[in-house]
Design a protein around this ligand. Structure first.
Ligand code: NAD
Ligand code: UDP
Length: 312
């Protein structure tokens, strides 16, 4: 199949492109390199099955494809808050452009939505039926509300124009190829630990997250895309929940670091708890994460060790 992956040079997108190329598909990787990097896809450039397009999804694009995975959007709070107007344009105008393309060429389209549509959730764990608790005017709104509008657009193009859609709500995902300067907790803690620098826990560290290894997520994305008759939204993540303070301790122990934990102010609207209810994915796709957190973290730590050594 001919498959378009927007945001394909980013962390998740590069793993997705790699897997799709391996399975014998022709990939068009579209990226504006805001947070994506050529290093993430260097190893794919020699394949005749892989093509790279530098393009911004807020501008329309004319292509002929069978499937679209729409991942273009910065995912780290540091990056999506750097230019919030651009972030919301990316989610909304990018979604309209990709849905217009899907409609014209009759392609199936999967949108990378997020657990952030649940905001600071009052229901725990979060299932797909929960409508969320999102601040519409805060610092995270450009991302959260952008992704919520993108879901609305997906559903309306589906109802109004019969576009074949899949919505996946991704919970915190980690793994090799996260950027060194990404700013999210996994890369921050690992890089700080490997450099024996202070580990920066925001707030008192009692807030929770549930971390999913990237290979597991990509497997789930493929299963949802290839499954007939399900639009989603569908949660995908690892239900194993941990507090950020426990997580810092785990990284110190896995890296054997001499880092100390220091506490920094909690960013505004930082969700207090987050854990996916993945019953829907389990029942319909037979999907659940297969990678144990320590095994996934070890692979990620090895990756960052190599990057730091090559930058030294
Ligand atoms: P990332 O920042 O590594 O990747 C995003 C990619 O999109 C980058 O390559 C970036 O250059 C590209 N991009 C950004 N704006 C663009 C634009 N206007 N036009 C074209 N390309 C653009 O982030 P990621 O972690 O790989 O996330 C990928 C997708 O998954 C995002 O849509 C994100 O919202 C979603 N998601 C990720 C997580 C997670 O934990 N990683 C959780 C929930 C949702
Ligand atoms: N966090 C932290 N130290 C860091 C980076 C993040 O304590 O150096 C916290 C952050 O406040 C949040 C959690 O870790 O409570 C996850 O943050 P991340 O930015 O990875 O993702 P998100 O908040 O979008 O889930």
């Amino acid at each position: 199949m001919r498959i378009l992956v927007t945001g394909g040079a980013g962390f998740i997108g590069s793993h997705l492109c790699e897997r799709l190329v391996k399975e014998g598909n022709d990939i068009l990787c579209l990226d504006n390199f805001y947070t994506g990097r050529k290093e993430n896809i260097d190893h794919l450039l020699d394949s005749h099955r892989f093509e790279l397009i530098r393009h911004d999804v807020i501008e329309p694009v004319l292509l002929e494809v069978d499937r679209i995975y729409n991942l273009a959007c910065p995912a780290s709070p540091v990056h999506y808050q750097y230019n919030p107007v651009k972030t919301i344009k990316t989610s909304v105008m990018g979604m309209i452009n990709m849905l217009g393309l899907a409609k014209r060429v009759k392609a199936r389209i999967l949108q990378a939505s997020t657990s952030e549509v649940y905001g600071d959730p009052l229901v725990h764990p979060q299932s797909e039926e929960y409508w969320g608790n999102v601040n519409p005017i805060g610092l995270r709104s450009c991302y959260d509300e952008g992704k919520r509008v993108a879901e609305t657009l997906m559903m309306d193009y589906h109802r109004q124009n019969a576009v074949d859609i899949r919505i996946i709500r991704i919970f915190n995902t980690y793994g090799p190829r996260m950027a060194l300067n990404d700013g999210r907790v996994v890369s921050n803690f690992i890089v700080q630990a490997l450099r024996n620098e202070d580990i920066t826990v925001y707030g008192d560290g009692s807030q929770t997250r549930s971390f999913c290894f990237v290979d597991d997520l990509v497997e789930g994305m493929l299963r949802l895309m290839n499954c007939d008759g399900i639009t989603g939204p569908m949660n995908m993540g690892n239900p194993t929940e941990t507090s950020i303070l426990e997580f810092a301790t785990r990284i110190i122990s896995l890296t054997g670091s001499s880092s100390r934990i220091v506490f920094k102010p909690l960013p505004s609207d930082d969700p207090k708890q987050r854990q996916p209810d993945i019953t829907f994915a389990r029942k319909t796709l037979g999907w659940e994460p297969a990678t144990d957190i320590d095994a996934g973290l070890k692979k990620t730590i090895n990756y960052f060790s190599r990057i730091l050594a090559s930058n030294a």
